[in-house]
Write a protein that binds this ligand. Structure first.
Ligand code: ZN
Length: 51
């Protein structure tokens, strides 16, 4: 599981935060990352797909 905001690998069960978006659950290394994602999910998903 990769944090879509900062790209950190997040171990299952060790994530600090998660969020449902369009039927998918995303995991984040921190609440800060989740908050950033929540503000602009489309941008981060686009960036993540490019990798
Ligand atoms: Zn992060």
């Amino acid at each position: 599981m990769k944090d879509p905001v900062c790209g950190t690998e997040v171990m299952p069960g060790q994530e600090e935060a998660e969020m449902q978006y369009q039927g998918q659950t995303y995991h984040f290394c921190s609440r800060e990352c989740r908050d950033l994602f929540a503000k602009n999910p489309g941008e981060y998903l686009k960036a993540a797909q490019r990798q």
